[in-house]
Design a protein around this ligand. Structure first.
Ligand code: PMV
Length: 354
């Protein structure tokens, strides 16, 4: 409640920026209210962000929450209005203070929508952080506040839970990981100095909308013949990649990273119905990345989200040679030669208006 009073003294408009994230250990399969069947680990990005401007009015007399207007990239968007309105109404039990607000949202992305980059992660984390600034009972940026933001973001899109903070986030309960919970993602505390300056170059193999929504994909894990083994594997990979990030073990890190990417796609290919999201050029890029690694002995590894695009993960100190390789050898395999160079980031925050 203290928070509401503070904001009433400021202009009734502010902007939140929140990034996308790339999973190293993949969340695939959910139950209940967007809870993950297995733990995951991700790196928060820096340049692929959603900027969400929230205008609001508040009064104790307001009968209930209202989303007055939703604009995406400067235009009203009825499809997104419905999705975000349903979401905001659905979180009123978690954030009851929001029912005193009428808000309008104007949202923009710094990266192409549906380019296979997790736009729902940045969109929901920006919105969750924004409405928490308006209506949370917790002090802004306290541990409780950030947990609540992550929980709220999770309710919009599971992976969005991991975009609130950075540089690395872990989400999902595991008995061997201290402080882990299905409810929200938390910062990975122990990071080797060599893991503080990672880059992620996203090779846009195909920019079309995904042929399977992640919700449909998650539900295919129920009854999947490999479900139980997948949960065991994801737990092991989570523990081991956290160990690799802590110890600065690039070989272990890369092995798990690529194993997770290929496992995600193997799970899609072996579900009923099956999905093949990789394209011939995705496979060609993977081959070339592996050959580059053998040839140069440079730690360059790939990961893949639920789509055909390939994320290249590497150290900043190797950026020169790797980005030349991307430009000379890999860009020709991308849609119109397009790729995005991103790097490790720290999460969501208010950028303007207070
Ligand atoms: O957040 P969702 O429901 O769109 O699921 C995303 C799942 C993956 O991106 C494929 C993996 C992950 O952990 O981000």
């Amino acid at each position: 409640m203290i928070r509401v009073k503070t904001l009433q003294q400021t202009p009734n408009k502010f902007t939140v920026s929140a990034p996308s994230n790339i999973a190293f250990v993949k969340y695939w399969g959910k139950y209940g209210r967007q809870l993950p069947i297995n733990p995951s680990v991700s790196m928060t990005l820096k340049n692929c962000v959603t900027m969400c401007e929230i205008s609001y009015t508040t009064s104790d007399n307001l009968s209930g929450f209202e989303l007055e207007r939703y604009e995406f990239m400067g235009e009203e968007n009825p499809k997104f209005y419905e999705r975000f309105n349903n979401y905001l109404v659905s979180i009123l039990d978690v954030l009851p203070g929001l029912s005193k607000f009428k808000i309008s949202i104007s949202s923009t992305n710094t990266f192409p929508h549906s380019a296979g980059i997790a736009s729902s992660a940045s969109a929901f984390s920006a919105l969750a952080y924004g409405v928490a600034c308006l209506a949370s009972d917790f002090e802004k940026d306290s541990k409780e506040f950030l947990d609540q933001c992550s929980e709220l973001a999770r309710l919009g899109s599971g992976s969005a839970a991991r975009s609130i903070l950075g540089p690395y986030m872990q989400w999902g309960e595991d008995p061997f990981i201290e402080n882990s919970t299905n409810n929200c993602a938390r910062i990975v505390q122990e990071v080797h100095p060599e893991f503080l300056e990672l880059k992620d170059t996203i090779l846009l193999v195909d920019k079309k909308e995904k042929s399977v929504s992640s919700s449909a994909g998650h539900s295919l894990m129920h009854g999947h013949p490999f479900k139980e083994n997948r949960i065991v594997q994801a737990r092991e990979n989570t523990r081991n990649i956290l160990q690799a990030i802590k110890a600065g073990d690039w070989n272990l890190f890369g092995e798990i990273l690529e194993n997770e990417a290929l496992t995600l796609h193997a799970l899609m290919m072996s579900s009923y119905p099956s999905f093949i999201l990789l394209k011939p050029n995705s496979l060609e890029i993977i081959e070339r990345v592996k050959a580059f690694r053998v040839r140069t002995n440079i730690s360059l590894y790939f990961t893949i989200d639920a789509g055909p695009n390939i994320h290249l993960i590497y150290k900043n100190e190797d950026a020169g040679v790797i980005e030349k390789f991307v430009k000379d050898d890999l860009a020709q395999l991308c849609h119109e030669g397009s790729y995005i160079i991103d790097e490790i980031g720290i999460g969501a925050g208010v950028v303007d208006g207070k």
